[in-house]
Design a protein around this ligand. Sequence first.
Ligand code: SF4
Length: 61
Amino acid sequence: MIAYIKPSKCDKSPFCPAKRVCPVNAIYFDETINSYKVDEEKCIGCGKCAKVCPQRAIEMI
Ligand code: SF4
């Protein structure tokens, strides 16, 4: 499994807790979609980001 961030739910906070908790630094802000995004090459599927996202914008798929 990997994490997927729904752009419509992401609140784009500069303090994104999901980004901070990711152990492999897989979450980055993608200007082209104006949302945080998961680098699929880096994600190890730990699920930590999904647990801390206050918007519940992250799904494990
Ligand atoms: S599932 Fe884990 S490794 Fe993947 S983006 Fe979320 S915190 Fe990072």
